[in-house]
Write a protein that binds this ligand. Structure first.
Ligand code: FE2
Length: 377
C-alpha cells in the first residue's frame, strides 16, 4: 500500500478573485489532479464541520430504523433513483464486467482491490435525495426527475428536509464551483461544465453500512467500481475505509482527510470521462473494513456508546442534464490522444484499449449504466 496523498485544491483562492494568476494556477492544479488521479481534495471554508455532523447523525438515526419502516421509502418503479435502496440490491459492476476485470488484472498485485469475484451484491444501504432544478423545457427523461421521499417517523420528519437541504447545498455549491475551476484549468470557458449540468438530476446520496453486521476486517462494503455521473463529492466519514485508484499511476490511495476539516473529496465519474474523450478517467474506488476502520469502531464505541454503529458516507452525485448531448469535446479528446501517444512512446505496453465514446443523450448513458448494476430491468 502506498502513502501517496491527493492534491488539495483551494476553492477560496478561486472565489476571491477568479481571474487572478493565483486562481488560474489553482484551476490548472485542479484539472491536472483530475487527469492524473481522477480525484482531489477540495478545501472550501464555507463548509461547516457542524453541518456534516448533523447530517451524519440524521442518517445514522434513519438507517437504525427497522427494515419494514425503511421499505416504505423504496421506489423500485423509479429504478431506486429517489428514496431508499436497501442492502444487497446493487451489484458492483466490476464483478460482472469484462473491461473492469482487465483493469484489476493490469494492477500490480500489491495495489489490487479486495477480491470481488465472490462478492455480490454490496452490503450497503443508500438514500437518494434529489437536488435538481426543474428544466424549463420538456424533458425526455421524466423518470429521473420525480419528487423526493420524506421519511414518515416524526423524529426524523421534523428535521429531515432542513438538514438534507443544508448539507446537500454545501456539497452542490462546492462541486459546482470546482467544475468551473476544472473548466478553466482544461482551457474551456468557465461556465462549460456548470451549463451542461444546470438541470442535471443531482443527488445527495448517503450510503450506510451496518458495522455490527459487517464490521469484520476485509469486509467489502462497496466493491471496486466507478461512478456513472460527472463528479462525485464526499464529506468526511466517521470511519475510514475508502480506497481510490489513481488511474494514471495504478496506485491504491487510502483516503485521509486533513485534520483541519472543511475538506471534501471529489472524484471524476463516467460522464466527465465521456465528455473529455478519456482525458479524465472515471476514478475507481472501493469501501472496505481495514485496520483504520476497526480503530474508529473501537473509539466510537467508547466515546458514543449509545449511537448506532453505522458507517455513513455523505456522498453527493453531480450529474450533467439528462437531455444534454454527451460527446467528447474535440480539444480535450485531442489532448487525450497525445497523452496516450506519449505513454506508448515511453514504452508502456500494458495500456487499456482505446475506448470509443459514442455520442448519446446523458439520460441514455445513465440508463445504460443502471442496467449494468442491476438497478433497472
Ligand atoms: Fe461510488
Amino acid at each position: 500500500m502506498t502513502d501517496a496523498t491527493l492534491p488539495i485544491i483551494h476553492l477560496d483562492v478561486f472565489l476571491a478573485s477568479p481571474d487572478s494568476q493565483d486562481a488560474l494556477n489553482e484551476c490548472k492544479k485542479a484539472a491536472d489532479a483530475l487527469i492524473t488521479f481522477g480525484a482531489l481534495l477540495l478545501h472550501d471554508s464555507r463548509v461547516s464541520e457542524e453541518d456534516n455532523s448533523a447530517f451524519l447523525d440524521l442518517i445514522e438515526d434513519y438507517f437504525a430504523q427497522p427494515e419494514e419502516t425503511l421499505k416504505r421509502d423504496e421506489r423500485p418503479e423509479l429504478s431506486y433513483q429517489i428514496g431508499v435502496t436497501l442492502e444487497n440490491t446493487e451489484k458492483p459492476k466490476c464483478a460482472v464486467d469484462e473491461p473492469c476485470l482487465k483493469v484489476i488484472a493490469r494492477l500490480d498485485p500489491a495495489e489490487r482491490p479486495l477480491d470481488i469475484s465472490a462478492h455480490s451484491p454490496d452490503p450497503k444501504c443508500r438514500f437518494f435525495w434529489k437536488m435538481s432544478e426543474r428544466p424549463p423545457y420538456e424533458t425526455n427523461y421524466p423518470g429521473l426527475n420525480a419528487p423526493n421521499v420524506v421519511p414518515e417517523s416524526e423524529f426524523l420528519r421534523e428535521r429531515w428536509t432542513q438538514i438534507m437541504e443544508k448539507w446537500g447545498t454545501s456539497m452542490k455549491t462546492a462541486v459546482g464551483n470546482l467544475s468551473e475551476m476544472a473548466s478553466v484549468g482544461l482551457g474551456l470557458p468557465r461556465e462549460t461544465f456548470q451549463d451542461a449540468g444546470r438541470y442535471g438530476p443531482h443527488l445527495l446520496a448517503p450510503t450506510a453500512s451496518d458495522l455490527e453486521k459487517y464490521g469484520e476486517k476485509d469486509t467489502i462494503l462497496a466493491g471496486f467500481h466507478t461512478d456513472l455521473n460527472f463528479l462525485t463529492i464526499h464529506g468526511r466519514s466517521r470511519y475510514p475505509g475508502l480506497n481510490i485508484w489513481a488511474r494514471n499511476t495504478g496506485k491504491r490511495i487510502p483516503v485521509k482527510f486533513p485534520p483541519t476539516g472543511r475538506c471534501l473529496l471529489v472524484q471524476a465519474g463516467k460522464q466527465l470521462e465521456h465528455l473529455s474523450g478519456g482525458l479524465v478517467k472515471a476514478g475507481y474506488h472501493e469501501v472496505v473494513v481495514n485496520d483504520a476502520t476497526l480503530q474508529a469502531i473501537e473509539r466510537r464505541k467508547l466515546e458514543n456508546p449509545n449511537r448506532p454503529l453505522i458507517r455513513i458516507s455523505s456522498t453527493f452525485f453531480w450529474h450533467l442534464s439528462s437531455d444534454y448531448d454527451l460527446a467528447p469535446i474535440p480539444a480535450l479528446q485531442e489532448r487525450a490522444r497525445s497523452l496516450r501517444a506519449d505513454t506508448i512512446n515511453l514504452g508502456k505496453t500494458d495500456l487499456e484499449e482505446d475506448t470509443v465514446y459514442e455520442p448519446m443523450k446523458v439520460g441514455q448513458q445513465v440508463i445504460n449504466e443502471l442496467r449494468h448494476i442491476a438497478l433497472m430491468a
